[in-house]
Design a protein around this ligand. Sequence first.
Ligand code: PLP
Ligand code: COI
Length: 360
Amino acid sequence: MQDLAVDIKITQTEQSRLPQIDFNDIPFGKHYSDHMFVADYKDGKWQDLRIVPYSDFSLSPTTSALHYGQAIFEGLKAFRNEKNPKEVLVFRPEDNALRLNESAKRMCMPELPTEIFMQGLHKLLDLDRKWVPDTQGSSLYIRPFMFATDAFLGMRPSNTYTFAIVTGPAGVYYSKPVNVKVEKEYSRTCAGGTGFAKVAGNYAASLLPAKLAAEQGYDQLLWTDSSEHKYIEESGTMNVMFQINDTIVTAPTVPVEDTILRSITRLSVLEILEGMGLKVEERRVSVAEIIEAAKNGTLKDAFGTGTAVTIAPIASIGNDGEKLELPPVESRTVSAKVKETLQGIQRGLIEDTKGWVYRI
Ligand code: PLP
Ligand code: COI
C-alpha cells in the first residue's frame, strides 16, 4: 500500500457479526460488514476520518440531503484472489473515486481527494477482509456515498457533508436472464440533466416507471432519449450492449451523451471485446433497429454490464405491447466469453495486464 498522509482513526467493534452470516444465503444489499469508513466535510475541508463499527447515523429532520437531494453514491466490488485466497482484489477503485468526483461537481458538492477514498477503502477492507466471500458468484459489494448534512431549509448548496463507505457480502444480482421493456413515456433524466452522474435522484425518478413495468412482468426498463424516445440509452442498473451479426453496438457516454452513466464495467467490457477482435460501435442505437434485428434474427446477443449485475443476459425485449424473445442464452458465445474474461481478471484467475485490479 502506498503510504499516504491520511490519518484515519480506527475503532473496532467489540463483537463481530460474521458468525451470524450464512455465506450460502447472501442476497444483494441485505448484509453489511462490521465496520464503515466515515469522513466529514466542514469549514472547507474533509476531516475526522474514521473507521467505526457499522451503525446508524443521527440526522436532523432538516438535513438538506433529505429535502434537496444532494446525495451521490458509487458501487464497486472486492473479490478473493482464487489463486491466493489471503489476498483481496478490488476492481478499478480509482475509477470509482474519479466518478464520485464527477458526480460531486454536478451536484455542487465538494470533491473528495482520491487519497482519502483509496486509503479509507484500503483500511476498511483490510480490517473486514474476512467478510469477502469465497463462494462462487459472490463478492463483497462496496458502497461509497456522500450526502449533504446542513440542518437548514434555505435553498442553497450545503456547507457540510458526510462521506462514508459501507460494504456487504453479496451473491448474484439477477439470478436469471432479464426481461426488459422499452420505456417511451417516462424518463430518468434528460440532456443537460444528471444522467451521467451517480446521483440518488436518478434512481428515485426511475422507481415508478420500473414498478409499472414490473406489474407487466418486466424486470427492468430500457431507457430511451427523453426528447423522442427513439434511441436506447441504458437500463436501470446497467448499461446495455447488442450484438447485431458480428458487431457490438452500444450507446456512447460522456462527452457524447450526458444522459447515460459512464459505467466502469462498460469501459472494461469494450476493451475485452476489442481484445477478442470484435467490431464495436459506440453510437446512438435506435429502438427500431434493435426491434428489427430481433425480428429478422440478426440480433445474436443482448446484455447488460454493471458492477452489481456483472454481465446480465437479456432474455426478452418488450416494445409497444409486443414481447420479443431473444436467442437462447446457451447460444450466446460473445457475452459468455466476456463474462468469463471479466470475472477471471476480477478473481485473479486471468492475469491483469491492464492494471484494473487493486490488491489488499
Ligand atoms: N447504469 C446505471 C443506471 C447503474 O446504476 C449502473 C451501476 O452502477 C451502471 C449503469 C453500471 O455502472 P458500473 O459498471 O460503473 O457499475
Ligand atoms: C451498481 O452496480 O453498483 C449499482 O449501483 C447498481 C445499483 C443500483 C444496484
